[in-house]
Design a protein around this ligand. Structure first.
Ligand SMILES: O=C(O)CCC(=O)C(=O)O
Ligand SMILES: [Fe+2]
Length: 318
């Protein structure tokens, strides 16, 4: 018997092997047990100079969208930035995959891809790729999205009654572009809360939260049901990240990549990229009906096999 080779789990076997090859076993145990993990820079394995390049790119886009020059060691300003939510000491740069090719490179980072594939069983689509640009609040009001305290919340969207599914529908991961310490506004996580199957009530979980400290170049990954928020930024300078939020393909994505990804982007990347961008997803058709040709072109190898078997069974029956 060989783990990683079972026939019935053929769609997840490559992920199982990749976890071992990349040395991510402990991170998987952390995620399953506590609902979050920190992947250190050496396991993130980005190429030399990548961290500086992506940080410079984020700062350039921040300038383009706000009209303000940004430096990591200086506090920022919202400038002319109009996107929601409007807050005094931070903004989110949305829709980054369409803003620069470096984010295509990041999306295919093996550690990031493997963790997302594990949490969403290979069924993930990119929901959003954003950067949180944050600095010290001049007024002391620092909570994300104007929530109280640490701003604890879940990323999985609850149903209208506030309940969450038992499985993970969402995986999220912050690539830290600056050091995360409690004083610098680290993420706050409530260990084990991914199993509660609901979000926190106002104030609930605050005393159980822990700061997730990690040096620049780390990836902090979490299960969509984990209660999390952020500590107030108390030091001068920026806290920067690139946050890659994935959802199960049966859920609506936050950003509209499936509709806007270009054929050129699909052609210059591996088939896994196309599936992350929903190229095999035919939902949302018009009077012409579903685009079956495109779906067949980009569907996973396992699904192709299942389709071939169905076609064979049909021809045998005829
Ligand atoms: O970094 C923060 O302030 C909060 C981040 C967060 O909640 C998220 O990325 O889902
Ligand atoms: Fe969140």
């Amino acid at each position: 018997m060989q783990f990683g080779e079972f026939e019935v789990t053929e769609n997840i076997n490559p992920t199982y092997k990749r976890i071992n090859e990349l040395g991510l076993q402990q991170n998987i145990v952390d995620l399953d047990t506590y609902g979050f993990t920190v992947i250190p820079p050496e396991k993130v394995g980005a190429p030399d100079g990548f961290l500086d390049r992506i940080r410079d790119t984020v700062l350039r886009i921040a300038k383009e969208r706000t009209g303000v020059e940004f430096k990591v060691e200086e506090n920022g300003s919202v400038g002319e930035y109009k996107a929601q939510p409007q807050m005094g000491n931070q903004f989110l740069l949305y829709y980054l995959l369409m803003a620069d090719r470096i984010f295509e490179e990041w999306l295919m980072n093996p550690a990031l891809y493997t963790i997302g594939t594990y949490l969403l069983h290979g069924q993930q689509q990119l929901s959003s790729l954003v950067s949180f640009v944050k600095w010290k609040s001049a007024t002391g009001d620092d909570s994300a999205f104007s929530m109280v305290g640490l701003g604890l919340h879940t990323d999985s969207p609850p149903d209208r009654d506030g309940r969450l599914p038992a499985c993970s529908d969402i995986s999220n991961a912050a690539y830290c572009l600056t050091d995360y310490t409690e004083e610098n506004g680290a993420l706050a996580m409530v260990p084990g809360s991914h199993r509660y199957q609901r979000g926190p009530n106002p104030g609930e979980g605050e005393k159980d939260a822990v700061p997730v400290e990690a040096p620049a170049g780390s990836v902090i990954a979490w299960h969509g049901n984990t209660w999390h928020g952020a500590y107030p930024k108390q030091t001068d300078g920026l806290r920067l990240n690139v946050t890659t939020y994935m959802c199960h393909r049966r859920i609506k994505t936050q950003e509209r990549y499936r509709q806007s990804v270009t054929q050129e982007m699909l052609d210059r990347n591996p088939p896994e990229f196309a599936r992350l961008l929903g190229a095999d997803d035919m939902m949302g058709w018009d009077e012409k009906g579903p685009d079956l040709v495109k779906m067949m072109k980009y569907m996973s190898p396992e699904m192709k096999k299942r389709f071939a078997k169905m076609a064979e069974a049909r021809s045998n029956a005829a």
